[in-house]
Design a protein around this ligand. Structure first.
Ligand code: ADP
Ligand code: GLC
Length: 495
């Protein structure tokens, strides 16, 4: 199958969260299964053309942009980690005005660039122009989240009638909390008629909702875990789109993310001091030592370390964890014999609160930055990994944790519920510690439960670690499910 993956993030080029990991890992897994995979993303400023030795395609590319035309360059390279016999080619849409600046979606002073609707409308249009330029028409255009949501729309309302008669669109929803809602004056940039604004699902309380339009137009839809697919069809988790998702239920499914086991593997990870496996955990103890050193914590093999790596936003339960005066992190560190390490960036109040906690508590340390290598060391060196998410479409960190023998402490929601099994004190079974209520008290109690087990039920804890490490979260299975999904969509248009 010929598949073009169009996304606003992809590891290692530009990463904000799990979307980047998912897009590249899925592409590689599909290529390994023999499919022809190409990727396209904006050439952000951080993507260094010279360093990455990107080649420029000949000639500029014209992109229709609301009554006028914008010009873009295209450069290209191969995705690192590609199978040599079937490499994944990546195209970068280079437009100085839209993408030649710091930040993917924004910068701290302007978290959502005012011209984002215009930037990503341009990107989605450019995807079609790229195929025409290459004279390469994929079977599947696979778009991701609101920045890619216009791709299904352009296909349905314009391009299928032209050169893309045999192409279907697939839209993956990674996070229903971000829908791309903008003033409807921005609709102008799409170049579509106002009939499409109303019939194509854009209209949202007199605003323009890009994800909603994508959901209405895509030939097939999915989200990144079966449980989140169910949850999003309820009003509690649907972020106002549950009705539309129920309406499209026949074309909507949940496919659990995998993890890239080449990059996230304690047996072969350049970011940790010594490789380890379920058979020999010496390397994990070394990683813990180094982690304590990196964060300026006293070396102490028998003090449990709780790791937390996250975008610092409400979705991740940071209010319940770090909220001033009511968050659970303070009493947890005050009352319990443990060490707590945090790596993250995000909302300013939360970054400040974390800094202030670090000033008050000697066993709480934080780095407010984005650091890929350190995230590996935290996964390896921690005993527990905390994810008290309000909602979690899939979640990758709990799977990285399991692979590294680090026991997840998670809220029973979304993909967390699909990947972690709760500890059973009777049998010693399970792979993690889970709670239902998103309250500071529930987080506190569950951390206390885990830390209590660490101090008093060590053999059960060690057995849990091993059980987690033996789980198979590789992409092979899920990649097959994506192929089935593409095939189902193709059946619809190629009867
Ligand atoms: P989400 O995509 O909602 O942020 P996921 O669990 O799917 O959540 O993926 C988050 C990814 O981003 C993980 O790979 C995690 O390690 C990484 N990450 C988040 N914040 C940081 C940070 N400050 N430094 C390094 N990696 C980070
Ligand atoms: C989103 C979700 C996260 C998921 C990731 C990759 O950012 O919040 O749960 O793992 O996308 O699909």
């Amino acid at each position: 199958m010929k598949i073009l993956m169009a996304a606003s993030e992809a590891f290692p080029y530009a990463k904000n969260g799990g979307l980047a990991d998912m897009v590249s890992a899925l592409s590689l897994a599909l290529a390994k299964q023999g499919h022809e995979i190409r990727m396209v993303l904006p050439r952000y400023y951080v993507i260094n053309r010279a360093e990455l030795k990107l080649e420029a395609l000949e000639g500029p590319m014209g992109v229709p942009a609301g009554g006028t035309e914008e010009w873009s360059e295209v450069c290209t390279g191969l995705l690192p980690g590609s199978p040599p016999e079937n490499p994944v080619r990546v195209y970068f849409i280079d437009h100085e005005n839209f993408f030649g600046r710091d930040g993917i979606y924004g910068v701290p002073a302007e978290p959502d660039f005012l011209d984002n609707p215009r930037r990503f409308t341009f990107f989605c249009r450019a995807v079609f122009q790229l195929c025409k330029k290459l004279n390469w028409y994929p079977d599947v255009l696979h778009a991701h989240d609101w920045p890619g949501a216009l791709i299904p729309v352009f296909l349905k309302f314009e391009e299928r009638q032209k050169k893309f008669a045999k192409t279907v669109s697939a839209l993956t929803i990674h996070n229903l909390g971000y829908q791309g809602i903008y003033g409807k004056e921005n609709f102008y940039h799409t170049g579509l008629g106002w009939d499409v604004f109303y019939n194509g699902g854009f209209e949202d309380w007199n605003m323009m909702n890009l994800l909603k339009a994508g959901i209405c137009s895509a030939d097939i839809l999915n989200t990144v875990s079966p449980n989140y697919a169910r949850e999003t069809q309820t009003s509690a988790y649907g972020c106002r789109l549950d009705g539309i998702l129920r309406d499209r239920a026949a074309d909507y499914r949940g496919i659990l993310n995998g993890i890239d086991t080449e990059i996230w593997n304690p047996q072969n990870d350049p970011a940790i001091p010594m490789p380890y496996s379920a058979q020999d955990m010496t390397g994990k103890a070394r990683a813990k030592e180094l982690l304590q050193q990196e964060f300026g914590l006293p070396p102490s093999p028998d003090t449990p370390v709780i790791g937390f790596i996250s975008r610092l936003v409400g979705q991740k339960g940071v209010g319940e964890l770090f909220g001033p005066a009511y968050g659970s992190a303070y009493p947890i560190c005050r009352d319990m014999n443990l060490q707590f390490v945090v790596l993250g960036t995000g909302e300013a109040w939360c970054e400040n609160e974390i800094r202030s906690l670090a000033g008050k508590l000697s066993n709480f340390k934080a780095k407010i930055t984005h650091n890929e290598a350190l995230s590996h060391l935290i996964e390896a060196g921690s005993d527990f990994f905390l994810m008290p998410s309000r909602y979690e479409p899939s979640g990758l960190n709990q799977m990285y944790s399991l692979a590294y023998g680090t026991i997840p402490i998670v809220r029973n929601t979304g993909g967390l519920a699909d990947t972690v099994e709760n500890f059973d004190p009777q049998t010693g079974g399970g792979t993690g510690f889970m709670f239902d209520d998103l309250t500071p008290q529930a987080i506190y109690n569950t951390v206390a439960w885990a830390v209590g087990a660490y101090h008093n039920r060590r053999p059960q804890i060690e057995a849990m670690r091993k059980r987690g490490m033996e789980k198979d979260f590789s992409w092979d299975n899920s990649a097959k499910k994506y192929i089935e999904m593409y095939e189902d969509a193709l059946k619809k248009i190629r009867k």
